[in-house]
Write a protein that binds this ligand. Sequence first.
Ligand SMILES: [Zn+2]
Ligand SMILES: [Zn+2]
Length: 159
Amino acid sequence: MNSLNSISCLCGSQQEYADCCEPLHLAKQQAQTPEQLMRSRYTAYVLKNAKYVYQTYASKKQAENPVKEINDFANSCRFINLDVISSHHDGDKGEVEFKAQYFYQSLFCELHEKSQFIKENAQWRYLDGTIFPVTDIKVGRNDDCPCGSNKKYKKCHSV
Ligand SMILES: [Zn+2]
Ligand SMILES: [Zn+2]
């Protein structure tokens, strides 16, 4: 990892965490766009900040996404990368398409989702999303790690 990566935010924005997702996590700022909110939710998963993920669901979705479940998912995954493919918003509605790569046990998984966002009390919230089917890849210990490090999986993201 080079020095640029080590200071840049985990959401892949090329900005420092302190200027990117951190002010949102600390509730010092509100997301200005659905994309900002989506990025901050991704980094909250990586940082296992389940409470933030929960709080940024639309209110009617919070009951079906308890903090404990969010926390269990965040703890069972090793997140690798986020790619925002497209995003736009108009009025109180927005949409972000993204791909997020992570390891779950010895599977390399990609979540490819088109997410819907709404504004509630003038704040962007995640409503729901359409998931594009992507086949999980089973990774062997001696395979090249799918994260792109050019290392063997057993020397890289294996648990
Ligand atoms: Zn960020
Ligand atoms: Zn790796």
